[in-house]
Write a protein of this length. Sequence first.
Length: 333
Amino acid sequence: MWSCEALNDTENSEDQHLFHDFQLVLSVVTLLYLLICFPVGLCYNTLLVLVNLYNKATMTMPDVYFVNMAIAGLIINAVAPVYLLGCTNTKWAIWTFNNEVYITLIILFNISSLVIMYSTTLLSLDYYIERALPRTYMSSVYNTKHVCGFIWGGAMLTSFSSLLFYVCNHVSTKIIECSKMQNKQAADAIMIFIGYAVPAIAVLYAVVLILRIRKETTPLDQDTGRLDPSVHRLLIATVCTQFILWTPYYATLTVNTFTSTQTNAVDENYFHIFHFLKSLSRFLAFSSSFVIPLLYRYINTNVPSKLHRLLKKLHCGRPRCSREHTTVQPVMT
């Protein structure tokens, strides 16, 4: 999945210049990510979680899924700097990580990516259920919280099979059990199928159902218990953004999986270009950790009121606000 090997072992001067140009671009993109995307993602993901946890009584089904994605985004925010500052393809490699750190980064990234993709998928399906059958227990906040717990558990179990392949790919071949499982391509193929192909099919199915039911006007459309209309715009924006940001990563992972076993002698130009594209696709995947909370903040119309209540709570403090409430209450009555 990830590789930070130095590619400066080429003897061709043109290839050497091409490699250094790619290295310079990646260094600039890394710097921009660390200076802009990382702090923005950290702040907005933390804010998304705090705002919704403080306003638990007013949380809706989409809020639970976005909190789930925000927690996964915080993990990606923690993984990205460790990876980017340790990658030797940038101009400044602060450190080089060993096999244990490498495998840990892979597993954390895989778990977070699975949580993000399946939260987006189930958000689409639950939104359709809420549109078709409002006030049903199937898409209730209570059930959604349990579903999110199963998402994390399923992501960890799914990543366990990949963990075995990655571990065996980095340990000594003297271990008999691992010598038969040293196939990193198998681990990547598992992630491609479970982490992208299955969610993509499910989201496509959910979007078709949502678009079909939106064309039909029913008496349920007047139900005051239905979700806020801004949720539909937020859903479409989230689904499109997630797949735009994650598709290049899984596309390069697919190419790498199915071509690495067939190309022993690869043209160095092609190798540099592919490695450059793979690195850019990884940046796009990292950027999902700050783009999604921004969409949630500026499209969801309920966020400003929740944020106002949280800031008011932090500003006034509990004892002082309770005294003001007791003095204002008789006047209001």
